[in-house]
Design a protein around this ligand. Structure first.
Ligand code: UDP
Length: 380
């Protein structure tokens, strides 16, 4: 076999970014992936003219012009803006993220001033309780949510959804998770605050294909199918984008992840739920959300003349060996464990760890690219 400069383990966004940059710098790369397709979890598959997000909804958003220009240099992006709605335990629909529409639907308040005073009243108890405990910063997701948005919204739209998604009480989850969601006193249902947002025209697989153009890719090739020393015969250096604990054979114990499974069905119906994302924020519904894929691409396309639609119900559960890891569980115990693995990683001369799984971070796509670019730029 030919000797490469770099072996890149994983053909997802981190691996594709690394491969593209290294190739541009004149390095010879081999990308391997154990799956039968490129793209990792951003992979989309065209079924009946609909690009199905096979591993869950991916909406690209960033305020970093450099990153936006970067992804747009490979493919065009549409103007999709994520505006999920929540089906709440009271049987009503609410707009997300938490904004004037939500406050109106819930409390009937019509002005920002009315909403603010309602929010203050809702938050008071949590803020006072934290003060009494001498706490200045919320210690967990529940405290964060209650002090940010108050008990009505916490109970209706946050608590059950979060506990379904993470399989843990909100009191045991880190506060930062809920800070991902904006709270606004405007009638603005855009889920993200970022300056740029969209979805690649033709799907994410096209983006990854472009990034990997001219690079050797071997699919259905598992890095762990042979000893690491064997791979050293293939390439001088390794960019590893899989789980870091797996790389070190779980020697300090396994990190925890959440996995997601999808029940994807085709329906003879042009428009099932009227929106790409509907969250189910009650405890009884076993799934967290339903994605209707065609809505991601309804801009400039008459997707509703297609009499068929495809939906995916998303179920969240604790990861066990053999499952696909999706979300790192960034609590204190896992943070300490990850620090030990990272310390091993830092000692490596020829292995660089990139991406959500290797860095054990709840990264969005733009953050994966930014972090990978930074690491690769240091190399070249
Ligand atoms: N969240 C919630 N209710 C919702 C949507 C989100 O409580 O209807 C909380 C939940 O804790 C979740 C976090 O917000 O883990 C982040 O949600 P996001 O949609 O950003 O998660 P992702 O799309 O990455 O799964």
């Amino acid at each position: 076999m030919m000797k490469y400069d770099y072996l890149i383990v994983g053909a997802g966004l981190a691996g594709a970014t690394a491969a593209y940059e290294l190739r541009k710098a004149g390095k010879k790369c081999l990308v391997i992936d154990k799956r039968s397709h490129i793209g990792g979890n951003v992979f989309t598959e065209n079924v009946d003219g609909i690009n199905v997000h096979k591993y869950g909804a991916h909406i690209f958003h960033t305020s970093d012009k450099k990153i936006w220009d970067y992804v747009n240099s490979f493919v065009e992006f549409n103007r999709y803006t994520n505006c999920p709605v929540a089906m709440a335990p009271d049987g009503r629909l609410y707009n997300l993220p938490f904004n004037m529409n939500t406050f109106y639907q819930l409390w009937g308040v019509k002005t920002p001033e009315e909403a603010q005073s309602k929010l203050d009243e809702q938050r008071r108890e949590a803020v006072e309780r934290m003060k009494a405990d001498g706490v200045t910063e919320p210690r967990n997701l529940e405290e964060q949510a209650l002090s940010l948005i108050g008990s009505d919204i916490y109970n209706l739209l946050i608590k059950n959804y979060t506990e379904k998604q993470w399989g843990r009480p909100c009191t045991e989850l880190p506060a930062f998770i809920i800070r991902r969601l904006p709270v606004r006193l405007t009638f603005d249902n855009n889920y993200f605050n970022d300056f740029y947002q969209g979805i690649p025209v033709g799907g994410y697989t096209k983006l990854i294909e472009k990034m990997l153009e001219g690079i050797d890719v071997k699919l259905e090739c598992d890095y762990f199918s042979q000893p690491k020393e064997e791979w050293h015969k293939v390439a001088d250096k390794v960019i590893y984008t899989g789980e870091i604990d797996r790389y070190y054979d779980y020697q300090y114990g396994a990190l925890q992840y959440r996995t997601v499974s999808f029940e994807t069905v085709g329906l003879e119906c042009p428009n099932y739920q009227g929106n790409a994302v509907v969250n189910y924020t009650d405890a009884a519904t076993p799934f967290t959300r339903i994605i209707e894929h065609k809505h991601f691409e309804s801009f400039g396309n008459d997707v509703y003349s297609n009499p068929k639609t495809i939906i995916s119900r998303e179920y969240s559960k604790e990861w066990k060996p053999g499952d696909e890891p999706y979300y790192p569980v960034n609590d204190a115990r896992n943070g300490e464990l990850y620090a030990r693995y990272k310390a091993l990683g830092d000692l490596e001369q020829d292995v660089i760890f990139c991406g959500r799984l290797a860095e054990y971070r709840y990264y969005d796509m733009h953050q994966v690219i930014a972090a990978t670019l930074e690491k690769i730029n240091k190399l070249i």
